[in-house]
Structure formats: C-alpha cells, structure tokens
Design a protein around this ligand. Structure first.
Ligand code: NAD
Length: 168
C-alpha cells in the first residue's frame, strides 16, 4: 500500500505507526492537487486500485473558509482522477479490467433529514453547506469519468463514523 497524504491538521503519522513498519506499506507526503507528483508515484507504484479519502472536512470549517474545500475536494479529486485515468489507460487487458477507483464521499451530499426518513443511493443530491457542495461535485465528476471514459469507479456515501485514531 502506498499512502499519499499532505498531512493537514487532520493527518497524524502517529496513527499509522502500527502499519508503518510493514514491508508492503509506504508513506509519501504529497498533495492530491499536484498532478506531476501524483503521476510520478502512481506510475512507479503500479496500483491495482486507488482509494480517494483525502478531504477538507467539517461543515463549520467550510462556512468560515471554503476555498481549501473547493481545492482539495473538487480540484484534488479531479486531479487524482485524471492521473488515475492516464495510468489506467496504459494497463494490460487483465489489469485494466480489474482496476478500481473508489471515491469516499458522504451522505451530506443528500442534504438534511427530518426525524424520519432515509437516504438511498439514488436520492437526489441536495447539498446545503460549502462542505457538502464540495463533496457533491466530485460525485458527479467521478460518475462522468465512468460514463465518458469507462474508468471503473465506485462511490460510497457513508454517514458519520468514528473510532480509534480519529482526529479528536
Ligand atoms: N469521518 C466521517 O464520519 C465521514 C463520514 C462520511 C464521509 N466521510 C468521507 O471519508 C473520507 C475520509 O474522511 P476522514 O474522516 O478520514 O477525514 P479526515 O479529515 O480525518 O482526514 C483527511 C485526510 O486527508 C488529508 N488531506 C487533506 N487535504 C489533502 C490534500 N490536498 N492532499 C492530500 N491529503 C490531504 C489530511 O491530511 C487527512 O489525513 C472523506 O472523503 C470524507 O468526506 C467521512
């Protein structure tokens, strides 16, 4: 596994100590908005799959300063997607067919629920904050890259979760 993270306030290498010593794990400090660096590492590492989890997160933070959210969540995902597509297009038939790009999105793209109700995968997007809008746009970009270029993509829209190693 190659873990690329630019280490914002939310990134913490101490949380990765448990896997850092594994021989099949490598960490690179890099920003997903930087195309040349992404290309360099992806081509060298030759991944079977790419998981996009880099994010600028939290509704309140996005209301006070939205620009980084647009950069990381929209431009960053787009840049990683294009770097991925360039790499994927060079793969041999088997690797090309089995490759996957998983985009970690959020249920916030669907907006708010009242006390009752639920979201489904086909619920219409109804973002209501700078954060949720910056997460809704890449969902559409990822779907478009699948439809237009055939890139094998998956999107998850999970609700809030927490656990060990999470930024407090
Ligand atoms: N945690 C939740 O409850 C939750 C709920 C729904 C969806 N999600 C989604 O899951 C994904 C991961 O969320 P999380 O809670 O782990 O986020 P987090 O904020 O805890 O971690 C984000 C990581 O991304 C890195 N990062 C930020 N900008 C970057 C950039 N430009 N380039 C490279 N790395 C960068 C940070 O350093 C950090 O390590 C996100 O897509 C988020 O929208 C999380």
């Amino acid at each position: 596994m190659l873990n690329k993270d630019c280490l914002t306030y939310a990134g913490n290498l101490v949380s990765l100590k448990i896997i850092a010593a594994q021989c099949n794990y490598k960490f690179v400090q890099a920003n997903i908005c930087g195309r040349m660096v992404l290309d360099y590492h992806i081509v060298r590492f030759k991944p079977d799959a790419i998981i996009q989890l880099a994010v600028d997160s939290h509704v309140d933070r996005s209301i006070f300063a939205s620009e980084k959210f647009m950069q990381t969540n929209i431009i960053g995902t787009y840049t990683l997607l294009e770097s991925t597509r360039a790499y994927w297009s060079t793969l041999s038939s088997f690797a090309h067919n089995s490759f996957r790009f998983l985009h970690g999105s959020t249920d916030e793209v669907y907006g708010s629920l009242s006390e009752k109700g639920l979201f489904r995968e086909d619920t219409t997007h109804n973002p209501s904050s700078p954060y949720s809008s910056s997460k809704a746009v890449p969902d559409h970009i990822v779907m478009a890259w699948h439809r237009t270029y055939g890139l094998p993509t998956l999107i998850t829209n999970c609700s809030n979760n927490y656990g060990l190693y999470q930024f407090p």
